[in-house]
Each structure stands twice: as structure tokens, then as C-alpha cells.
Design a binder for this molecule. Sequence first.
Ligand code: ARG
Length: 396
Amino acid sequence: MGKEKVILAYSGGLDTSVCIRYLQVLHDLDVVTVTVDCGQNDDFREIEKQAVSIGSIKHINIDAKEEFAIDFVVPSIKANGLYQNKYPLGTALARPLIASKAVEVAHKEDAPYIAHGCTGKGNDQVRFDLSIRAKDPRLKIIAPIRDMNLTRDLEMKFAKEQNIAVTEEAKQYSIDQNIWGRSIEGGNLENAFCEPPINAFRFVASDAGSIGHIDIEFQNGIPVAVDGNRMNINDLIEHLTSVVGSFGVGIIDHIEDRVIGIKSREVYEAPAALAIIESHKDLEKMVLTNHELRFKALVEECWSWLTYSGLWYDPLRRDLDRFIDETQKRVNGKVKLRMHNGSLRVTGRESKYSLYKSDVSTYSNASSFDQAMAKGFVELWGLQTIMANVIANKAV
Ligand code: ARG
């Protein structure tokens, strides 16, 4: 009888490379590796070669770039998805998709096991475990790095002993990349006071003195054109990554609360995400009512938390998406952006659904607003506040 199979979600990085060997040696399993392309721009032939050279009996590459953009990134744009108001969720969004693809392969390959290279210290283990179990709770999950409490240093030592190639970048940082951004962790970034060195970045230019202008057009909350050129969502994000990044815009550096309670220093580059979310939010302010905006902000916070914390497949996320989709029907129009030396600012917006009417808000003679209406409103608005103060003052 042959060995049992394990499907390993394989990125070609240090963690997943050492996992191939550990799964073979310690678990005595046949390892099938799966790489899911979410726009990380890796050399997938090289990754396949590397997987096979380490010991994968079969390597499968899945192009999921479009699916990732349409089913994961677009909902996040509509939700202005930002964790702790900062992180555009690039890594968090890709994990449930990678997990679901690995589950599909497990079914095809008749494998009882599924494995990932996550450590026991991060969020990705939560996202992989829960997404895999939401898709098929019968699959047995193995996470060698977590199970053996391995550190990056130990992994590096093991890789050397086992002749597993490690890139220079992987020696310095732990990196995860897809079309929505690049997450950079570890190495000198673990000193929270240390400014990230320029060589940590790929998309964001460090010296960007010139000034740039672009406009982004949205339809139903989805960006569809840049400077009048219509593009599909993948091309549009790729285009914005390079244009916006060239003006030094897109770095995020903050202290983040991981799901498991650890605080971590996180550095990201996400030029397209920042430009799109900033303009999307601005357009929403023009077309949605104040009531919608206040409620949507609560929904967005909840949506971002579900996504960040590995609960992408919770029914609540889909329920929230239904509300969000309804609001997006009027999010049509154009937003102008100015970029300079790492800063990004909205400089104009227009929409045929605009609730901003200059004849109402103007201070000039063009006003169509009767100020006399305001007097009674102000009286009623503060009724209880004034009364409470009067009573309190009397009581003294
Ligand atoms: N803190 C981010 C998150 O939880 C980034 C994780 C990055 N992963 C990595 N392998 N470097 O989504």
C-alpha cells in the first residue's frame, strides 16, 4: 500500500519549504504541494522546481488572481476594509482563498491531510485552520512549524543541513505578497523604534519629489477606470500599485493586535489599496446619507475584524456584504487624487448621485436655503441639553 497523501499550501518561502521535508520525514506522508497565485508575481516555474527538488511528489499551480480580485478584494474595497484603521488586509484576504483551493485539491487527490507553514504566533494559522475546517471538517490539519515550536533561526539551520535553498530576502524578512499588498515582518523590523530600511520595499519609491495627479472612476463602489482608461480590476490595481508607489505613497507602519493577543510591529506596502480606499471613502461621503455613513462605519469595523480574525466563512460576513452591496448602488462617480513625496490627498470628487448641492451649502447670493428654518431646529435639537443644564444649575 502507498503512503497517505498530505496537501501542503506551498509558497516557496522558508516555512513551507522546510515543511515539505518535515512532512516526509516525521509524518511519513507523500507531499503534494499547491501554490495559489494571488498576484504575488513570483516565478512559479522556479517554485515548482524547488518543491519537487525538496521532495514534493506532485506540484499544482493554481492561477487565482482574478478570483482573488473579484471575490475577495472587491468586497474589501466596498467595505473600506482596514484593520485597526490601517491595514488593508492583503494577507488576511488571501488566506481563505488559498485554504479553499488546498481543500479542493485534497478532495481530488483523495488526501486525508492538509498542511500549512504557519507558526503558532500569528494570524495566518487561525485563518488557515478555520477556513479549511469551514470547507471540510474531516480533513486533518498538520502545521509542522507550530507543532514543533520552531523558530525562524531553527528553520534556517534545518534548511542548511537539508540543502534547502533560502533566498537572501527570506533570510532577512518574512514576506507575504499579493495584488493587494506586501506584508513585511521580522528581522530588524522587530525593533519597533527602528525605521524600516529602504531595501525592505519593492513598490514604494523612497525619493519621490515630483507631484502626480490621477483620477479614479467608480461604478457601484468598484474602481473601473484610471484617468479615463477603463481596466479590469486586476490591471487597475497593478497599474495603481506602480503609479501611486512611484510617488512614495503606500507604506503602512503600525503596532497591530494579532488575534491571539500578541502585539506586533507590522510594515506593509499597499499603494493601490490606500489610493482606492481613500477615494472610495471620499465618494461615499458625497453620495450616502449621514445615517448610512454612520451605520456603515460600524459594519466596516465588524467586517474588517471578521476578515482579519480568520472568520471569512462566517455567515455574518456574507450578511454584511448584502447590506454593503445595497449601499454601493449609488457609489458612482470620479475622485481626483494628488500625490507628492509620500502623501496622498483627495482634491476633487463628482457624482450624479451627489447629495452635496452647492446652492444649498453656499454662503453667496446663489443660496436657495431659507436660514429662518434653522432657528426652530436649533431650539429643538438642544432642548434636553439646555434643560438638563438649567436644572443642574438650579440644584447647586
Ligand atoms: N499581520 C499581517 C496579517 O496578519 C501580516 C502577516 C504576514 N504574514 C507573513 N507571512 N509575513 O495579516
